[in-house]
Write a protein that binds this ligand. Structure first.
Ligand SMILES: Nc1ncnc2c1ncn2[C@@H]1O[C@H](COP(=O)(O)OP(=O)(O)OP(=O)(O)O)[C@@H](O)[C@H]1O
Ligand SMILES: [Mg+2]
Length: 253
């Protein structure tokens, strides 16, 4: 769908693609998320920053419907999560890849396509298309346990995108990826974004964070600040996001 149409849709609904209010998640004694408010507009490329253990993956898992928050509400695409009706609209590339080692690349992508309800010729056509886009056509019959780390990343992206989601969560998408592939992947993410796909990306790579139109900095389960990359740098009087990240990480609570 075109970005403009998405934005129009947003206006009609008068809402956000993601609307979290006071979302908390407790794992025993650990408060992974503590009353997080988060609003993402249709068509945004939104970044989640924060130190290890800050709660980024937990938040993404709640937004995908894989975890039910302990309290608060997470509304995605107008539905309170978790809601299975959103499955077809959401893609999730996990931090640790979720591939089956004993299956080939194509079999993995087919497995995810089937979960999302794709069948028959349409399914095979979409698989061909996404394998082409991720430059995996030549290696599609390789068993996953035998492929390189970069190929695993691309295969994970293929699995997350085969059903053409309108909302895509990328949890540290380019860890262990060489600079050329990183550049290619970001080009592709930008293309998706310009076609109207909303992106939510968690990253520790600050030049990657510069690609996002807005960023939230999360620490110890709380959203400390939110803004454009320029706003975050201006707020901390830092020239780059790397230094801003350090300041936010060390700031007194
Ligand atoms: N299923 C779980 N059971 C118990 N604790 C959990 C579980 N999932 C996450 N946690 C805890 O919640 C906190 C937040 O973890 P989370 O994975 O969301 O952090 P993160 O910001 O994604 O970190 P990283 O940058 O290292 O990926 C951590 O203390 C983690 O150990
Ligand atoms: Mg994480």
């Amino acid at each position: 769908m075109l970005k403009q149409q998405m934005i129009e849709e947003n206006k009609i609904k008068g809402g956000h693609i993601i609307d979290c209010s006071k979302v908390s998640m407790r794992f025993g004694k650990i408060m992974a998320l503590d009353e997080v408010d988060l609003r993402v507009e249709y068509g945004e490329n939104y970044g989640l920053l924060g130190p290890n253990g800050a709660g980024k993956t937990t938040l993404i898992r709640i937004l995908c419907g894989l975890l039910k928050p302990t309290s608060g509400t997470a509304i995605v695409l107008g539905r309170k999560m978790p809601d299975r009706r959103n499955n077809a609209s959401i893609g999730y590339m996990t931090q640790m890849d979720a591939l089956y080692n004993d299956l080939t690349i194509r079999e993995n992508v087919r497995f995810f396509a089937s979960i999302y309800g794709l069948r028959g010729h349409e399914r095979e056509r979409r698989i061909d298309e996404i394998l082409e886009v991720t430059a995996l056509s030549d290696r599609q019959h390789s068993v996953v346990s035998t492929i390189s780390g970069g190929m695993r990343k691309r295969a994970s992206i293929a699995c997350a995108l085969v059903h053409r989601p309108r909302l895509l969560f990328l949890d540290e998408p380019t860890v262990g990826v060489d600079p050329k592939l990183r550049c290619d992947l970001w080009k592709y993410f930008h293309e998706l974004n310009s076609e109207g796909v909303t992106l939510v990306v968690s990253t520790h790579v600050m030049d990657e964070a510069e690609h996002c139109n807005r960023l939230a900095f999360i620490r110890e389960g709380k959203k400390l600040i939110e803004g454009t990359p320029a706003e975050l740098k201006a707020f901390t009087s830092c020239e780059n996001l790397e230094s801003a990240f350090m300041k936010f990480s060390e700031a007194e609570r």
